[in-house]
Ligand binder design. Sequence first.
Ligand code: KG4
Ligand code: ZN
Length: 335
Amino acid sequence: MKILGIETSCDETAAAVVEDGVRILSNQIASQVEIHARYGGIVPEVASRQHILAIIPILKQTMAEARVTWDDLDGMAVTVGPGLAGSLLVGVNAAKAIALARGLPLTGVNHLEGHIYANWLGNHSVDFPLVCLIVSGGHSDLVLMRGHGDYVVLGRTRDDAAGEAFDKAARILGLGYPGGPAIEQAARSGAASLKLPRAWLKGSSDFSFSGVKTALLRLVEGGKVSLSASHSSELPSQADAAASFQEAVVDILVTKTVAVAKEQRVRQILLAGGVASNELLRKHLVENSPIPVLIPELVLCTDNAAMIAACGYYHFQAGKIDGLNLDVVPSLRLG
Ligand code: KG4
Ligand code: ZN
């Protein structure tokens, strides 16, 4: 079964063709990151206009790279939420138009569910029950899955999402946007020498990252970190601060995820979402988990449409087909 997936929830216009939920025939992504970097964050109006410009060229490229015609497709999968309304609308309308014109079945996919299904791409042997840590720009969720489409959210962030915390810390440290890759890059030449607090929220599987972010801000405002590029003072450097922040966030994510997985007696831990591309997080989770860990390859962690098509395949298997009245749900939740 060949599925064309479309993802336009945020600032990437993406399309992909995936066979049987596991084999990627093509996976195209047009990123707007350079446009939004000028503003230090995503400008929703600009994002939806860019999606309109990019969607048809991306669809053409995707079909050409996959070497498929419209007749070869068996279904359409598209992200319906959560995300920016104006951005989601572009993808959903494109998917509906194709479904109508070609008589293809259509299924709406939750973006977070899509992130989880990135783990099926490449035909990993995923084993239920499992716990998935989804860490993206908008979410930090710990989800129990006992089967396809069965989600129980065991914990979520009470304030900033992990990716959002990285983005805010990068801004505090004068590093670029998006913050996650900028912090990771800076941290490579630093040492985690700053003492930053960890909010353990004992007895709960929720996360909180605002305390560690505020502690970093106080140190920078108090002149306890040297932000100059030519680092020569006795103070911890920008790189040391980046390394310390990254270590604190990774420590919280790994410790709480492993604890929940043990508690739930699951067979596997899955990692998903943009922050899952962080090298330290990937390494620490694997090293500290007694349970097997699956992590998508880097390009499948950040927003893409292959994960949406993979998830769509399991929707079709379960008979989840939407009509042409399918609409965007900007604040859609999982479970
Ligand atoms: O999943 P994603 O691409 O988009 C959303 O659904 O939000 O995640 C984007 C988030 C951003 O906050 C970005 O800073 C973060 O993922 N991110 C990272 C890394 N790469 C992206 N955070 C830490 N380390 C990275 N290498
Ligand atoms: Zn995402």
